[in-house]
Ligand binder design. Structure first.
Ligand SMILES: [Zn+2]
Length: 57
């Protein structure tokens, strides 16, 4: 039982546009309902970075 619970998902928002996120329990990813950006979940903790593929500056 390490899945994200609905309470946590309800308070999360996309950092880019503050839209709500959908949780994909199969891929264990969060997907923005507006811009469709995918955020990974590591060990039950969502990693809400605006653009994970951009890497560090
Ligand atoms: Zn978004």
């Amino acid at each position: 039982m390490s899945r994200l619970d609905d309470g946590i998902i309800g308070i999360l928002a996309c950092p880019a546009d503050h839209a709500s996120l959908d949780y994909d329990g199969v891929a264990e990813e969060l997907v923005c309902t507006r811009c469709a950006t995918v955020y990974e979940v590591r060990d039950g903790i969502p990693v809400l970075l605006p653009d994970p593929s951009a890497g560090p500056c």
